[in-house]
Design a protein. Structure first.
Length: 233
């Protein structure tokens, strides 16, 4: 009897995402050259000009204190027959030579002071997928409008959001409501990651739809935070 070779499933690395600035950076865009030369000294100048960020090194240069978190989008069989959540999703496609695996990851970056971004990356190796996701999250960086919109508080500090906002992605719809100081983040553990990195300390979150699809959940919250500027002229 000839034993059949078993296909190896990619292992999940035990790593914590870190945002490290690139030591040697040669900018390829005019915006990157201006940042490297010191003509642009803050990320707010880029937001005000409306120019698009195409190089993640620009964010590394202007926001050195950026932090990152991985969203637990995957799952594997755990102890006792349950499902253990993991930060990567493994998919397989059939070929003539057998199954080929691909890994995807979903990351959130922020400075916990009004800046946040999300990104999804895929690759053959888990570490590469995580790195791509973090780079894409830097390119999707937005500024979050904060305030104190709760009638129960009225402290005029930037601990919550100024007013009610909504966001949608796929079947998931999210409503964010201002909360008084001390309430905290009334949301799921994964939703707390993006809110915490955005610098929001108190908020009520209402969700509708298939929230188990965590990519749609985080994207809906991201869209809700982006919609805070819809009413600005």
């Amino acid at each position: 009897m000839v034993e059949e070779e078993k296909e190896e499933i990619p292992e999940v690395p035990e790593i914590q995402p870190e945002v490290k600035p690139t030591e040697e950076w040669i900018p390829k865009t005019s915006l990157g050259k201006e940042v490297l030369e010191g003509k642009i000294k803050s990320i707010e100048e880029i937001f005000e000009s409306g120019r698009r960020i195409l190089e993640p090194e620009i964010v590394d240069k202007l926001v050195p204190n950026l932090k990152s978190e991985l969203i637990l989008i995957g799952g594997r069989s755990g102890k006792g027959g349950g499902i253990e959540r993991i930060p990567i999703r493994i998919t397989a496609t059939m070929h003539k030579s057998g199954r080929r695996f691909r890994v995807s990851a979903f990351a959130v970056v922020g400075n916990e002071d009004g800046l946040v971004g999300i990104g999804k990356g895929s690759s053959v190796e888990p570490r590469d997928a995580i790195e791509i996701a973090i780079k894409k999250a830097k390119l999707n960086l937005i500024k979050v409008k904060r305030g104190c919109g709760s009638w129960e508080c009225g402290c005029k500090q930037e601990h919550s959001i100024p007013y009610k906002t909504e966001g949608k992605s796929g079947s998931v719809r999210v409503i964010l409501l201002p909360a008084p100081n001390g309430v905290g983040l009334v949301a799921s553990d994964e939703a707390k990651k993006i809110l915490r990195l955005a610098g929001i300390k108190d908020v009520w979150v209402k969700t509708f739809g298939n929230t188990k699809m965590r990519i749609n959940l985080i994207t809906a919250i991201f869209n809700a935070l982006k919609n805070l500027y819809v009413y600005e002229k």
